[in-house]
Write a protein that binds this ligand. Structure first.
Ligand code: COA
Length: 260
């Protein structure tokens, strides 16, 4: 599928850089962007040339400034629920990709933009990034996962303040509350994201995928999450990469993982 709102570049290292490309609208999420993200992430799950993803926004000013507000005019309760449920489904697809996804937040990450970054496994930000859930200013609430993922990441108290006040926080504050992993100068952002992703792609791919799945279960009650972790640990023990990793360590050589 040819995309009109996404730029996609798959590098030889397996890093896919996906750029939401509506800079004149600060990369706001219209129906087309959501459908194209749905399509791309569906395909990427089974595309062996894609080992990990960096998701960013086009232009110097914005990652994603939210859902496209022009879509809200006249939205009724049935369509509203459908709108939120579909966005959540697409964002779940990102979270469940089975390969690491890093949001490189290069400016505004507001509303659906903040929620999109939250659906990624990690976030890095440029010093000019601004995060916020301003939905209450429009008489709505976050609908793409913000009331669920934000408190899980930064704690309920801070998430409540952000959602109820609609106020923006800068990159420094986002780092302090654990919303972003690293902050870079704007010119260093993509390189920083790439470096982080490469440090993961060195490792055994199935172990990375199983780790992501186990970490996802940290939302569940501890006893359920722990038994899930034990089952996934067992799966890792069935891989060739496990034999290779242990043998390489014992023989003081670098492991050559095959993703099997
Ligand atoms: N939906 C649709 N269009 C949006 C948008 C959004 N979420 N955010 C920005 N845009 C558009 C603006 O309407 C403007 O379009 P125009 O040039 O055709 O008028 C363009 O992007 C540039 O935005 P502008 O407001 O002129 O930039 P700014 O630097 O003055 O302000 C923001 C930037 C992010 C503070 C401001 O655009 C804003 O508040 N956007 C809405 C954020 C929001 O509420 N998001 C959550 C939605 S649920």
């Amino acid at each position: 599928m040819a995309y009109s709102t996404l730029l996609v570049e798959i590098e030889s290292s397996g890093v896919a850089v996906v750029t939401i490309n509506r800079p004149d609208k600060l990369n706001a999420l219209n129906a087309e962007v959501i459908a194209e993200l749905d399509d791309w992430f569906t395909q990427a799950a089974s595309d062996d040339t894609v080992k990990g993803v960096i998701l960013t926004g086009s232009g110097p000013k914005s990652f994603v400034a939210g859902a496209d507000i022009s879509r809200f005019k006249g939205l009724g309760p049935i369509e509203g629920k459908r709108f939120a449920a579909y966005g959540q489904q697409v964002f779940n697809k990102i979270e469940n990709l089975g390969k690491p996804v890093i949001a490189a937040v290069n400016g505004f990450a507001l509303g659906g933009g903040s929620e999109l970054a939250l659906a990624c496994h990690m976030r890095v930000a440029s010093t000019n990034a601004l995060f916020g859930q301003p939905e209450v200013n429009l008489g709505i609430i976050p609908g793409y996962g913000g009331t669920q993922r934000l408190p899980r990441l930064v704690g309920k108290g801070i998430a409540t303040e952000l959602v109820l006040t609609g106020s923006m926080i800068n990159a420094e504050r986002a780092f302090a509350i654990g919303l972003v992993n690293h902050v870079f100068e704007p010119t260093d952002l993509m390189e920083g994201a790439r470096k982080l992703l490469h440090s993961i792609l060195d490792k055994a791919p199935i172990a990375i995928s199983l780790s992501l799945e186990a970490l996802r279960a940290s939302d569940l009650p501890l006893s359920v999450g722990l038994s899930h972790e034990a089952a996934l640990f067992g799966q890792a023990c069935a891989t060739e990469d496990f034999d290779e990793g242990v043998d390489a360590f014992l023989n003081k050589r670098k492991a050559a993982f095959k993703g099997r």
